[in-house]
Design a protein around this ligand. Structure first.
Ligand code: ZN
Ligand code: ZN
Length: 409
């Protein structure tokens, strides 16, 4: 597969240049599974070529993680190690950029005691709170990108031989990040501009609320007074432009914490903490989730909602046309980075500081006062479909069609 190697090299370049935009002398923090080491090594080499001062890789292994969930002492899950917190925080303080590869099997923790998963999510969320704040306010450059693993590929292409499935998944990843374009870096620049066009239109409307309607969904979502829609690239305080997700097709803002009413149904399975949650429905009153039902994974969904007070509320609302390149691939990825970019979605948990004017320099208390939800978690889930209509309501009551039949009106 000489071609695969060439494509991986192009992908590594794209992640370093467009994803985190590595700067001279900068440190680079990479989270990767050992299984996808070949890509991670190429990214490390490319980062040094771009001038990185030091590349650090935080290696993980799903098999060892699973062994821990099955056999470790119960207290391990509620005690997030202090050194992990200090490690992340010190990279943030030194101005590192962060690359996270998602590659795990979507149900790698299936059958694990949900209490253990809930305890770990809570402890890790609290332990990494500073890191997440830095990320959610664009203080550091960061990107989440994908790498194909055997477990993940098997879930997406269950009928194929392992090697073929992995190759097919790589091709789907490459397509989604526009590697088929002659000049992918330039293609991303154009894509960035087109998403910013949508952002400008939505910000110009100054909407008070949106109403979502589809089968199983009738939800009204109010927006904070000084909300901002954003999408595609972001900029650090030092003026470095980066792409937080690759792929990305969304424009998003934050709902007003107490302004969500009605019910919404999922339209794609959600892989969360190594488990699948599917065919679920959330009911809201004054922003709060008052009912969470799922045909599959209800116990895990409940653990998620019970993580902290903030996981009873929404932190993100994102618009993605049903006719997007990823949804047209007709592949169900069982991976939020992909599925959220093929579907309108919301996130349970914390909102992004940059979704409100002046938010990047606000304290958590000021953000909360501006209507932005605070939590140790942030979990996107998909609700879009070809039937979804969304209306926007302006200050004077004018109704603006935003989505019709799943696509931009
Ligand atoms: Zn999103
Ligand atoms: Zn999100």
């Amino acid at each position: 597969m000489e071609q695969l190697e060439q494509q991986l090299q192009r992908y590594a370049e794209l992640i370093v240049k467009v994803g985190v935009n590595v700067q001279q002398g900068q440190e680079v923090f990479i989270s990767s599974q050992i299984e996808t080491a070949p890509l991670t090594r190429l990214v490390a080499a490319e980062a040094y070529r771009a001038g990185a001062g030091n590349v650090y890789v935080d290696w993980n292994d799903d098999t060892v993680s699973r062994l821990k969930y099955d056999h470790a002492a119960p207290e391990v899950f509620s005690n997030f190690p202090e050194w992990e917190t200090l490690k992340r925080n010190s990279f943030v303080e030194r101005g590192a950029c962060f690359i996270s590869f998602v590659s795990s099997g979507p149900d790698v923790l299936k059958g694990v005691d949900p209490q253990r998963i809930g305890a770990y999510q809570k402890a890790a969320g609290a332990g990494l709170v500073n890191f997440r704040r830095a990320v959610q306010s664009d203080k550091v450059a960061w990107t989440v990108a994908a790498a194909a693993s055997a477990d993940w590929a098997n879930k997406v292409f269950p009928g194929d031989e392992p090697e073929l499935a992995v190759n097919k998944l790589w091709l789907a990843i490459f397509d989604a990040v526009r590697l088929h374009e002659e000049d992918p870096v330039e293609a991303w620049r154009a894509h960035d501009q087109s998403l910013h066009g949508k952002v400008d239109w939505l910000n110009g409307l100054r909407l008070r609320k949106l109403r979502y309607r589809a089968a199983g969904t009738d939800l009204t979502v109010e927006l904070p007074d000084r909300h901002l829609w954003v999408g595609a690239s972001s900029v650090t305080p030092d003026g470095v432009r980066f792409m937080a997700n690759m792929p990305t097709e969304e424009v998003f803002t934050a709902p007003r914490r107490d302004g969500v009413d009605g019910y919404v149904s999922s339209t794609k399975p959600l892989s969360f903490a190594g488990n699948i949650i599917d065919r679920f429905k959330l009911t809201f009153a004054l922003g709060r989730i008052v009912k969470a039902e799922a045909e599959e994974g209800e116990e895990i969904l409940r653990q998620l909602v019970e993580t902290d007070e903030g996981t009873h509320y929404l932190g993100e609302m994102a618009l993605v046309p049903h006719r997007s390149p990823i949804s047209e691939s007709n592949i169900l990825f069982y991976n939020t980075l992909f599925d959220e970019n093929a579907s309108n979605h919301f996130a349970i948990g914390s909102g992004y500081a940059f979704n409100v004017e002046g938010g990047k320099t606000m304290s958590p208390e000021e953000l909360a006062a501006s209507g932005i939800n605070q939590s140790v978690a942030h979990v996107d889930f998909m609700v879009g479909s070809a039937e979804m209509d969304i209306d926007g309501y302006q200050e004077d009551g004018t109704i603006v069609p935003i989505f019709r039949g799943g696509n931009w009106a």
